[in-house]
Structures are given as C-alpha cells and as structure tokens.
Write a protein that binds this ligand. Structure first.
Ligand code: SF4
Length: 328
C-alpha cells in the first residue's frame, strides 16, 4: 500500500532556532517513515509578511534547506522544494481566491491576532488577508491527506477543508478529500527572556550558532528571580533554564531539581550544564551542517529535484482543476 501524503512548510524569514527543531523538525523526521512527506520552503508566504524586506527571503532559502537536511530531512524519502519553483501554487490560489468568502478570512483568529500584535510591518494588505487561501492551495495542490500541526493552527486546517468542500460543491466534483490534522504534541520552548521565542525578539538559540554564542546566550537566560544568593533555594518549576533541561536533557531533571531546591549549586553552574546539553544535541546537526555548507551545489540540486517531483504532482492536480472549472 502506498504511503499517505502529507504537506508542511516553513517561511524562510530568518535563521532556524531550537524552537523550530523541537516544534517541527524532530517531528518531520519521524513522519518521513510513515508518510510520503512534501516539505516546502514557502517563500511566497514569507513575501506576504516581508514584502518591504524581500531581499532576506532569497538569502534564507538555502540556509533553511541546509538546516532541514542537517536535522535529518532525507531527500531520498521526502520531497523538499521551494514554493516559487512550482508556479501551480499561485494558480490554485487564484482559483480558491475566487470562491473563498471574505468573511471566512476576516474572522480568522490568527489574522486578527497578527494585525493586533505585529506593529513593525503594515499587514493591512489584500495579500496578507489571503494568507490562509495560499495555505489551502499548498496543501490541496498535492492532495495531502494530512498536515502535521499544533493545536493553535487548527482553524487553518478547518478553513482548508471548507475551501475544498466549497470547490467540490460548486463544481460538482470530488477533486478533494478532507485533509486531516496530525496533532503533534511538541514541548513548549520559550525564548531566552521568557517571552515567546521569536526572531523579532532576538531571544532564540539558532541551530547554526557557535559554541561561544550558545554559551553566551544561555548565560543571559532569565531564571527564578527569587534566587538572589547562592544559599537561596530556587523554584525550578518557574525557571526557564529548568524547562530547557526538560526538553534537551530530561534525564537530568531530578538532579537539577535537587541542586536547585536545596541550594547546592548556583544558577551560573546550572546554565553551564545546560549549554553543554544543548551543544550535545546540536553536535551531529552542526557537523552535517558544516559539510553541506561546503557543498551548496548539492543542496541546490536537491531543491531542483524536489521542485521537479512537486511539479509533476501539481500539474496533474491543475489539469483536473481546469477541467472541472472550465468544462463544467
Ligand atoms: S539553579 Fe538552575 S533551575 Fe534553579 S533557578 Fe537557577 S538556573 Fe533555574
């Protein structure tokens, strides 16, 4: 039996960090065994938010591909490509834009939240409102049966289902099946300053950071503020450093908890220990990374081959769509 197909993507807007590793990439590498995975570097999505700063997008594409491959995304198992190398994404987006009611997009909670929170860019644009329509096109172009997501993205999948059902209904066709969400439990990792991890807050450890940079960044992490002197017992449950131990060295949790609550070690020592645990996790990734950085042609070939594979599926879907819409 052939494997079920899944689609997932990432916007090339900056360097990948530990949040991407534990929030998506670990999960993607596991999914490759069970599913035929199509992973897109979604540069048009990046453009929707970064249209005034678009030069960074191209720069980040190769870097993102190198990070994916270093983390274990396997081009022999999965299709890895750049969205703008497959123009059919925009073609299907156009078809969906015609039939998606404005109200569905205006009431999208993520859209409303981002308009409220992001003040550094003007996102009151036609393109940004249509972001979920392009997402639906990304998924449905490959007739993906499932999409790995976190719970907060459930409304987007629901919208994709609504768009596909509306298409099927209007054109009296069964082109699309409902795609399912693969809900993934991922550890919640906050930024170094205790806020949401984000490139705009500059509070993340990047997968490509050097040992020195990682050690320096970890030293800036916010800890339990009631632990002022070495003799003050700490509260690991409210300390961000401890939550990082839980993710990167869970076997050390009891030990850290004991030395913190009994004030046996200071926060500086505790952070030193955390740096070395993070470095252990990143070691194989960074080794692979430095090999790939020296062989960028190989990475570009993987993306080129990925686009050929993706386009073959995309063309088939678009032939079917054009047939249903214009020969109704
Ligand atoms: S000892 Fe470690 S866990 Fe305890 S407050 Fe300090 S940094 Fe946090």
């Amino acid at each position: 039996m052939s494997k079920k197909r899944i689609f997932s993507g990432m916007r090339p807007t900056g360097k990948l960090h530990l949040g991407h590793l534990v929030g998506a990439l670990h999960n993607w590498t596991n999914l490759q065994k069970e599913y035929k995975c199509i992973f897109g570097i979604v540069d048009w999505h990046a453009l929707m938010g970064e249209y005034e700063n678009s030069h960074v997008i191209k720069e980040n594409i190769l870097d993102m591909a190198i990070d994916w491959l270093s983390c274990g995304i396997d081009p022999d198992e999965s299709t890895i490509f750049v969205q703008s190398d497959v123009p059919e994404h925009l073609e299907l987006y156009m078809f969906f834009s015609c039939l998606t009611p404005l109200g569905w997009l205006e009431r999208n909670p993520t859209y409303k939240e981002q308009l409220r929170e992001i003040k550094t860019r003007d996102l009151h644009t036609y393109g940004f409102l249509g972001y979920p329509v392009l997402q639906a096109a990304d998924i449905l172009l490959y007739k993906a049966q499932a999409v790995p997501i976190g719970e907060d993205q459930l409304p987007h999948i629901e919208l994709t289902r609504e768009i596909s059902r509306r298409f099927n209904h209007i054109y009296k066709a069964k082109v699309f099946e409902d795609c399912k969400a693969i809900l993934t439990k991922t550890p919640r990792l906050l930024g170094l300053d205790g806020r949401k991890m984000s490139k705009s807050y500059n509070n993340a450890i990047n997968l490509s950071d050097s040992k020195e940079v990682i050690e320096k960044k970890v030293m800036t992490m916010i800890t339990d503020s009631s632990r002022i002197k070495l003799t003050d017992p700490g509260h690991p449950d409210i300390c961000n450093v401890f939550s990082y131990y839980s993710v990167f060295a869970p076997e050390k949790k009891d030990e850290v908890c004991a030395w913190c609550t009994k004030a046996e070690k200071g926060c500086t020592d505790c952070k030193r220990g955390l740096s070395s645990e993070i470095l252990k996790v990143l070691k194989p990734i960074q080794e692979k990374r430095s090999e790939l950085v020296k062989d960028k042609e190989k990475v570009l070939d993987i993306l080129k081959q990925g686009a050929i594979e993706a386009r073959a599926i995309a063309k088939e879907t678009m032939a079917e769509i054009n047939d249903k819409v214009f020969k109704k």
